[in-house]
Structures are given as structure tokens and as C-alpha cells.
Design a protein around this ligand. Structure first.
Ligand SMILES: *Cc1c(COP(=O)(O)O)cnc(C)c1O
Length: 362
């Protein structure tokens, strides 16, 4: 079936026709065709994709959007006697603090400007100023702006200090290489509808097995209890506790195969980089400026400043939509921006067509 439009958004994003077609069958949620044939292979493939062994690492899939998994992880990993440090530079970092408020967690939020990076230096100062931190959480690719935080630097700062490292890699996992073992990440969170290029409906958590086991009994929400969900998946060979999004899961299985066929994370990263490069070069040639300098910018999504004070974004958006492209509004408070995503079933030729369309509507 033909596309209604190409989504140039950070997810849900444009999926391949074969991923969408994979949803045309119904699956029995407790049958082994589904649990052993689809869910279990997905859990294996996620660890393989992350380069992790099954002895020390594990995964759990959870119904809902990505935020459900962030909430489930914070709600189960951080106990009342713990102290969480949240390093934020955008809406998704701040959302972790909102979650911490709901759960009445003992936490410290360090909130930077949206154009500043969460560096090792930021982490070091925050730890100095706040003794007794047991957990540190941050966002890798801050989709608010498109900035890519140097999690490697933060990992170095906390190495050997016994601090549990929680990374929201929602919009980067599988699109940007991440050395989960090397960085000693304890919990990494992502979802079906980002760089693996599936459709929305569930998220997943990759964790050190000992950390997953240690969450037993901690959750303060039944449906977001990652230990109970994990235990059911382990014992039931891929069984979910409650109704699972079967069609979405089947589509995800297909999306993972397509990622493998493309050449894995490195190959996908190269394509996203090329999309991003083509977009930025083309937009600059048309007179647009990026919000971020090139060193801070990741390849996932790019923020552009309005070209003039009287720029009419809704009109620009609608004209591009008529030409088959859906872009994204900006999400930051102190500059007028719009965003264009580089991820999904999107190729440099699509970006070239977009640039032509932008030239025509300007
Ligand atoms: C997409 C995204 C999320 C999750 O958002 P949902 O709307 O719940 O899917 C969380 N963090 C980041 C960085 C994201 O890009």
C-alpha cells in the first residue's frame, strides 16, 4: 500500500512496507508460535544486537510507549532509601524528574540549558555537590533538540563508584553504536518505534541480569513491575503478563531482521549520518541555520531556527505535507525552531526530494 506521507519525525517514524505487512496476521498471545517463535527470538536478538551475553545481561519487553519503560525502570530500580541524580538538558531528561516526583523518589535534578551537553565535568560537579548518590540517569540522544550527550564521559566519571547507571537511549539505540558493557550501563531503555524502525506499542529494557534480579519487590506499580514482567517472560518462554501488542511485536520481529539485512547498527548509523549530512548541507545552502553547532549535534533529528521573525511554521508544515513530507515542530522554549528527523525507512534520496520541496515552498 502506498504511503500517505513520509514521516520525518523521531518516532513513530516511517516504516518499511514489509514491516507494515508483517501485521496482517493475528497471533495467539499464549501459543508457542508467538511466545517461543517471536518473543523469545526478539529478546535474544536484542542482546545480540547490543553485543551482550545472556549470562550477564537480559531484556524485558513492556507494553506502552517509551515513557512507560523509563517510568517502570526508575520505579523499580530506585528504592526509597536510594538517591537518584538526574542530569537533564531537555524535555526527556526533565520527564525523568516528573516520574521521580510521582514516585516520591529521593532525587536531585541538574537541569542544563537545552543547547548544553551533559559532559563528564557536569556529572563530576553534580556528584561532588550531592554526596550519597546511588543512581544516575540521563538521556543519550535528547530528541528535544537532537543533541547527542557524551555518555562515555559520564560513564568514566562514575566508573568503580557503585552508582547504578540508567540511560534513556530511546532515540539512539540501534541507530548509534553504544558499548553497553564497556560503559558499564546497568539499565538501557528504548522502544519499538525508534531506530529499530518498528511500529509503536511497546518498549524494552536491556539490563545487567543481577540488576534486574535486584528489582524484585521494588515496583510500586503492578503493570509497570519490570521484575514480574521479566520473570513471566523467562519462565513462560516469552509470555507477557497481560495482553501483549501481538501485531506490533510481529512487526518488530520483521524490523529486527531488516536491521540485520541492512548490515546492523554500523550500517544503519552510516545511513542516518548521510541523511543528516545531506539535510544540513542542503538546508544551509537554502539559508537555514541549525540550532546546535556541529560538535553537539547527533544524526537522529536536527533542529533548525526559523529563517525570519515572520516565518509561518504552520503554513510551511502544511505545504510540505501536501508534497508528501511531515516534519516536526520545535520543542524548546527560548528559540523558535522546527525539527526534521533523519531516522526511519528514509534514505538520502528522500532527503534530496525534501530539500527540493522546501525550495519550492519557500
Ligand atoms: C521518544 C522518546 C521517549 C519516549 O517517548 P514516548 O512518547 O513515551 O514514546 C523518551 N525519551 C526520548 C529521548 C525519546 O526520544
Amino acid at each position: 500500500m502506498e504511503r500517505n506521507y513520509l514521516l520525518l519525525t523521531p518516532g513513530p517514524l516511517s516504516t518499511s512496507e514489509t514491516v507494515r505487512k508483517a501485521m496482517l496476521q493475528d497471533w495467539c498471545t499464549w501459543d508457542k508460535d508467538y511466545n517461543e517463535g517471536i518473543v523469545t527470538p526478539i529478546r535474544h536478538n536484542l542482546l545480540e544486537l547490543a553485543g551482550l551475553d545472556e549470562e550477564h545481561y537480559t531484556t524485558v519487553l513492556l507494553q506502552g510507549s517509551g515513557t512507560y519503560c523509563v517510568e517502570a525502570t526508575l520505579g523499580a530500580a530506585v528504592r526509597p532509601e536510594d538517591k537518584l541524580l538526574i542530569l537533564a538538558n531537555g524535555a526527556y531528561g526533565k520527564r525523568m524528574a516528573q516520574i521521580a516526583d510521582y514516585y516520591k523518589l529521593n532525587y536531585v535534578l541538574v537541569s542544563l540549558e537545552e543547547t548544553e551537553l551533559v559532559t563528564g565535568e557536569v556529572a563530576r560537579k553534580a556528584l561532588e555537590a550531592n554526596p550519597g548518590i546511588t543512581h544516575l540517569s540521563m538521556v543519550h540522544s535528547e530528541t528535544t533538540t537532537g543533541l547527542l550527550n557524551p555518555i562515555e564521559e559520564v560513564a568514566e566519571v562514575i566508573r568503580g563508584r557503585g552508582i547504578t547507571f540508567i540511560v534513556d537511549a530511546m532515540s539512539s539505540f540501534a541507530g548509534v553504536p553504544i558499548d553497553i558493557r564497556g560503559l558499564d550501563i546497568d539499565f538501557l531503555i528504548s522502544s519499538a518505534n525508534k531506530c529499530i524502525q518498528g511500529v509503536p506499542g511497546f518498549g524494552f529494557i536491556i539490563a545487567k541480569k543481577e540488576q534486574m534480579l535486584a528489582t524484585q519487590g521494588n515496583a510500586r506499580s503492578l503493570s509497570l513491575d519490570i521484575y514480574a514482567q521479566w520473570e513471566t517472560m523467562e519462565k513462560g518462554h516469552g509470555k507477557w503478563r497481560f495482553t501483549s501488542p501481538t501485531h506490533v511485536v510481529r512487526a518488530f520481529y520483521q524490523a529486527m531482521q531488516e536491521l540485520k539485512e541492512e548490515g546492523g547498527i554500523e550500517a544503519r548509523h552510516s545511513r542516518y549520518e548521510e541523511n543528516h549530512r545531506t539535510l544540513v548541507d542542503g538546508m544551509r545552502a537554502l539559508g537555514f541555520q541549525t540550532l546546535l553547532s556541529d560538535e553537539k549535534q547527533g544524526c537522529i533529528i536536527t533542529s533548525f531556527l526559523y529563517p525570519s521573525a515572520n516565518f509561518n511554521f504552520p503554513d510551511f508544515y502544511n505545504k510540505l505535507k501536501t508534497k508528501g513530507f511531515v516534519i516536526y515542530p520545535g520543542k524548546i522554549s527560548d528559540a523558535d525552531t522546527f525539527r526534521i528527523g533523519n531516522i526511519g525507512d528514509v534514505f538520502p534520496e528522500d532527503i534530496k526530494r525534501l530539500l527540493q520541496a522546501i525550495k519550492e515552498v519557500m
